[in-house]
Design a protein. Structure first.
Length: 237
């Protein structure tokens, strides 16, 4: 799980932001100050930005830290409220929830959570659908959906599930046999496995600064199943 998906890490950051010191945050959460510091550092490494200005004493939030504090405090409050409500209604929850998710996210993240949810709420049936859009949620085709990007349609309630980063990857044996592509143009001598499902568009170009180059492979296999692509890339080919 990415550090940005770790609610406890964000809780450590929020409590620090409220209290102003690692010691006070550690006392409030009944943790060691070093654990609070590691949690915040993990968020910063994953995000690639500083949330705390480390070169000054006392420690203060950066602009990014203040923005994260404002948004994540609301999200954590909503999460805690939801958990309390679910616990209070534990004996009365029943029915069906239609949940739309990309297959890869469902397999890697949702399955374990839903198994625990099913144990706590045996009266709830969860139906997992694949790749519905925000318009489908608005039409009532599902109750909950994991989406790529920020929803723009009105009357939708959403919270961030983290940041997805997609990278080009190959097995070590493939690189040893076919060479390492250095520029996008080098991909014309390579085979590629390309995701072309409903969750996000197929990448057609790569961009660095003002420089843009088209992505072209000598041969390509396109699939709507991101896990199949991942499996192929991890195997020796």
């Amino acid at each position: 799980m990415a550090k940005t998906d770790d609610l406890q890490a964000w809780r450590s950051f929020i409590v620090f932001a409220r209290s102003g010191t690692l010691t006070a945050a550690a006392k409030a959460l009944e943790m060691e100050p070093s654990s609070i510091s590691r949690a915040i550092s993990g968020l910063e490494r994953t995000l690639g930005v500083e949330l705390i200005r480390h070169g000054v004493r006392p420690l203060v939030l950066t602009d990014a830290g203040r923005k994260a504090h404002k948004r994540m405090e609301t999200i954590l409050r909503a999460h805690d409220s939801l958990m309390d409500a679910l616990k209070d209604d534990n004996r009365t929850l029943e029915g069906k929830i239609r949940l739309s998710s990309a297959p890869g996210f469902a397999a890697r993240h949702l399955t374990t959570l839903l198994q625990r949810f099913q144990i706590e709420h045996p009266g709830i049936t969860v139906e997992i659908l694949a790749g519905l859009k925000e318009a489908d949620v608005q039409k009532g085709l599902c109750e909950v959906a994991t989406l790529t990007g920020i929803p723009t349609l009105p009357n939708l309630v959403y919270m961030s599930r983290g940041r997805n980063v997609y990278v080009a990857a190959a097995s070590p044996d493939y690189i040893a046999r076919c060479g390492m592509p250095v520029r996008p143009a080098d991909l014309r001598r390579h085979s590629g496995y390309v995701y072309c499902g409903p969750v996000r568009p197929e990448p057609k170009v790569l961009q660095r600064g003002s420089e843009t180059e088209a992505v072209q492979y000598a041969s390509a296999v396109r699939s709507t199943d991101i896990l199949a692509i991942r499996s192929c890339r991890l195997r020796t080919i």
